[in-house]
Design a protein around this ligand. Structure first.
Ligand SMILES: [Zn+2]
Length: 502
C-alpha cells in the first residue's frame, strides 16, 4: 500500500510523493516563547518527530524544521510585566522547551530557526510583495498584505470572503485597504524592540516569519507543513497567500493539521466533561510539571495513542490509563528478558530475521502472527499515519507472545529454540516501537524515589516469601492485601514474584 496522508488543502487522503524524489522537507510551527510550554506545545513536535522517524525508516532523507517565535507582542508584554529584557525571557523559555522535547524523545529536529535571526530576509520578502503591489505601507509605517491580490485566498481554510472578515483578528481602519488584510510589518513604539526597515523601525508580523524561515531552509516549494488545527486560519492561509504571491510557485504540497487538546474535568455527579484548554479556564499545566509527575515515555506514548487529526482528551486519568496500557508491553518485554537473560532492547529484529527453527504448531502460529502483525503495523501507519492503530497492533503482538510463552510453558521448560523465538518476538516489538520512538528502553520512572521503591518492594517480596516458607499464610496474605490497598499488585510467577502498579 502506498503511504497516504490527509491533505487539508484538498480535503482528502493523497498518495505521498515528495517534491524531490527521496527527499522530504517538513516545517512545523513552533512556540511563541512568552509563557512556559504546556501539553499543547509538545503535541506537534511529538507527532512530527514520529512522522520523520517513519519516513526515515521508509528510506527518505528528511529535513525537519521547527521555528521559535522569539519576537511578538505577547513576549514584549510579558517581558514588560516581569521587568526583564525580551531576549532573556525568550531564551529562558526556549531552553525549557528544548529540555521538554529532549525528555520526550523528540530528537529528530534539524533546525530551530529563530524569528529574530531572519529579519533581513523578512524585509526582503515584504519588498518583493510591495513590488507587486500586494504589500502596502500605511501612514504610521505598518505594512499590510492586500488579500485581494491573491486570487485564491481562502483555499486552505475553504472560507468564503464573508467568513474571512469574521475570522480576521484585525478590523478595518488604521489605513487598511480591506478588513481581511493582515500585518506583515508593525511599526514599533519608541521604547519598544525594533529593527530598521524601508517603512519604519518596527518588527515583523507573525505570519511572515514562517513563510520566510521555511522557504529559506526547505526551498520555495516544499513537502509538508504541520501545525495545530487552530492555525489553519488565519496563520497558514496567510502564509500561503504571501508566499505564493511573492514566488508564483506552489508553497507547500501537503498541509497536515493535528487535533487540539481538550481537558477532561469531573463535574457534579462524577461525570467527565471535555473542556477546551485555555488560560481563562485556568486548566493549563506546564509541561515541566507533567514531566515530573509521569515518565516522559508515557506522555509520548499517550500523545501517539490518538490519531493525530483527532482531539486529544487530556486528564490525569488518561495518562494513568496510558501508563497501564504501556505496562502490558513492558511486562512482556521483561518476561522475555528473564527467559533469555538477554536485553530485548539491544538488537533489532524483523520478520525476515526470525529464526527458522519451528518445531510445534505454536511455533508456526507465532511466526504467522508476527508476520501479520508487522504488516498490520506498517500498513496502519501508511494509512494517514495512524499511530493509534499501529500501537494497537503492538499490543496484539504482545498478547500473542504472552500466550505463546504460557502454552509452551517456557518459564518451566528450558526449550532454547522456543525461548529464542520469544526473544525475537520481543525484539520485533521494540524494533517496530522504535520507528515511532516508543519502547526504546525500559521504562524510566518520573519518580525520583524510584530506586528506593524498587528496593523496598524487593524487601517486602522477600519477607513474604520467607513467611510463606514458614507456613504463616495469614501474614503472607495480609502483606499482599495491604499492598493491593495501596494500588500495588503482586504476581506470583514460576521465576519469582513481581510487583506492578495497578
Ligand atoms: Zn507558523
Amino acid at each position: 500500500m502506498a503511504f497516504r496522508l490527509y491533505n487539508t488543502l484538498t480535503k482528502q487522503k493523497e498518495n505521498f510523493e515528495p517534491v524531490t524524489p527521496g527527499k522530504v522537507g517538513i516545517y512545523l510551527c513552533g512556540p511563541t516563547v512568552y509563557k512556559e510550554s504546556h501539553i499543547g506545545h509538545v503535541i506537534g513536535p511529538v507527532i512530527f518527530d514520529a512522522l520523520k522517524k517513519y519516513l526515515t525508516y521508509k528510506g527518505y532523507q528528511v529535513k525537519f524544521v521547527v521555528n521559535i517565535t522569539d519576537v511578538d507582542d505577547k513576549i514584549i508584554n510579558e517581558a514588560k510585566r516581569l521587568g526583564v529584557p525580551m531576549k532573556d525571557l525568550a531564551e529562558k523559555l526556549t531552553a525549557a522547551y528544548f529540555d521538554a522535547l529532549d525528555q520526550l524523545g523528540v530528537n529528530s529536529i534539524d533546525e530551530f530557526p529563530r524569528a529574530t535571526e531572519y529579519i533581513p530576509k523578512m524585509i526582503e520578502l515584504i519588498q518583493r510583495l510591495a513590488e507587486k503591489d500586494a504589500a502596502y505601507a500605511t501612514e504610521t509605517g505598518d505594512v499590510y498584505f492586500d488579500v485581494t491580490k491573491c486570487s485564491n485566498y481562502g483555499k486552505l481554510s475553504h472560507r468564503k470572503s464573508d467568513d474571512q472578515l469574521e475570522g480576521s483578528r484585525e478590523l478595518a481602519g488604521g489605513g487598511k485597504r480591506n478588513a481581511a488584510d493582515f500585518a506583515l510589518w508593525k511599526a514599533a513604539g519608541a521604547d519598544e524592540v525594533g529593527w530598521d526597515s524601508p517603512w519604519s523601525r518596527g518588527r515583523p508580523g507573525w505570519h511572515i516569519e514562517c513563510s520566510v524561515m521555511s522557504m529559506a531552509l526547505l526551498g520555495e516549494t516544499y513537502d509538508i507543513h504541520g501545525g495545530g488545527m487552530d492555525l489553519i486560519f488565519p496563520h497558514h492561509e496567510n502564509e500561503i497567500a504571501q508566499s505564493e504571491t511573492a514566488t508564483c510557485k506552489p508553497y507547500v504540497k501537503y498541509w497536515l493539521h493535528n487535533g487540539l487538546t481538550r481537558i477532561q474535568t469531573k463535574v457534579a455527579g462524577g461525570e467527565w466533561k471535555n473542556e477546551k484548554m485555555s488560560k481563562s479556564l485556568g486548566n493549563i499545566r506546564p509541561i515541566s510539571e507533567l514531566l515530573e509527575a509521569y515518565p516522559p515515555a508515557v506522555i509520548r506514548y499517550f500523545l501517539l495513542s490518538t490519531h493525530y487529526r483527532r482531539p486529544i482528551d487530556f486528564s490525569d486519568q488518561a495518562l494513568t490509563d496510558a501508563q497501564k496500557g504501556m505496562m502490558n508491553i513492558y511486562r512482556l518485554l521483561d518476561r522475555v528478558n528473564r527467559l533469555n537473560g538477554e536485553d530485548v532492547y539491544r538488537y533489532p529484529c524483523d520478520v525476515n530475521s526470525l529464526t527458522e527453527l519451528a518445531h510445534t504448531d505454536e511455533d508456526h502460529a507465532l511466526r504467522e502472527v508476527l508476520t501479520a502483525g508487522q504488516l498490520k503495523f506498517l500498513e496502519t501507519l501508511d494509512d494517514d499515519f495512524n499511530t493509534a492503530g499501529a500501537l494497537a497492533a503492538l499490543h496484539d503482538l504482545a498478547t500473542a507472545v504472552n500466550r505463546y510463552i504460557d502454552r509452551r510453558q517456557l518459564e518451566t521448560k528450558p526449550d532454547s529454540d522456543a525461548r529464542t523465538l520469544a526473544l525475537q518476538a520481543g525484539r520485533m516489538i521494540t524494533t517496530l516501537g522504535r520507528i515511532l520512538g516508543v519502547f526504546t528502553e525500559p521504562l524510566k520512572s518520573a519518580d525520583s524515589d524510584d530506586e528506593l521503591t524498587e528496593k523496598l518492594m524487593a524487601l517486602l517480596i522477600d519477607l513474604r516469601a520467607q513467611v510463606r516458607k514458614d507456613k504463616n499464610f495469614a501474614l503472607a496474605d495480609a502483606i499482599r492485601d495491604k499492598l493491593t490497598a495501596l494500588g500495588i499488585a503482586l504476581e506470583d510467577r514460576p521465576e519469582g514474584t513481581i510487583w506492578v502498579k495497578m
